[in-house]
Design a protein around this ligand. Sequence first.
Ligand code: SAM
Length: 271
Amino acid sequence: THFGFETVPEAEKAKRVYKVFENVAQKYDVMNDAMSLGIHRLWKDTLLHVMNPQSGAQLLDVAGGTGDISFRFLEYVRSQQERQKRRAVRTMQTPSWQEISNSYSTEDKDVPQESRAVVCDINKEMLRVGKQKYESAGVSAGLSWVVGDAEELPFDDDQFDIYTIAFGIRNVTHIDQALQEALRVLKPGGRFMCLEFSKVTNPVLASFQMIPVLGEVIAGDWKSYQYLVESIRKFPNQEEFKSMIEDAGFYCVQYYNFTGGVVAIHSGFKL
Ligand code: SAM
């Protein structure tokens, strides 16, 4: 026992994690806003700015839950495309006859490939809630929803340009196994990105990390939340996690701290 929280045995962990997210799926989005005072939105936006995906990029969003990262990814790519189009129009020269005739060519060699995002999560309920949310808002184009375990991804090798895992990796029982899988499904040149609660040095900010406790008030499920606090406490610090990513075989591994290390983004490339 540590700080009054029981340590969850490894064999129990996956089951416990499943129950937590099954229980909170319906309230997950509201809870996230309440628990972080909306700051999780900024952290997620920051992940997209660090990623700066190009149009056509294919994303795998593991532990993707209700799809926050995937949806932001598609929005980001679309807004970049709009910006590029406007810039192209502003700087447009009078086209030559050759260019005009090329533009009538049936080969669409200049049409950018569509970006897509696959939300992969072990929990059916989280996916169901997310899918329903975007479908009922009519903004689900480009998103797909796949049940799968981060430790054993249901995808072929070399499929994705970017792999994200946001507030997910600390829920995974064997982190090294999840990292191996990330490496496997990424294309050579592809990028791994992880957004996660991390270790803070500032004691005032450290109290921030007790925010899952607030979840009890909203979700009414204290037992579930003991585990969340425990999982943050047990998660390796920034440097340790960086080494784990390197050990898995990624290159150019870096991390960025945000909000004084309350969260960190780790990034690495498959070469
Ligand atoms: N990425 C989303 C976000 O940032 O809002 C959801 C994060 S939520 C805190 C953690 C998610 O991890 C849950 O949806 C849970 O079902 C999922 N999860 C836990 N263990 C997993 C595993 N082994 N493989 C895939 N997903 C897992």
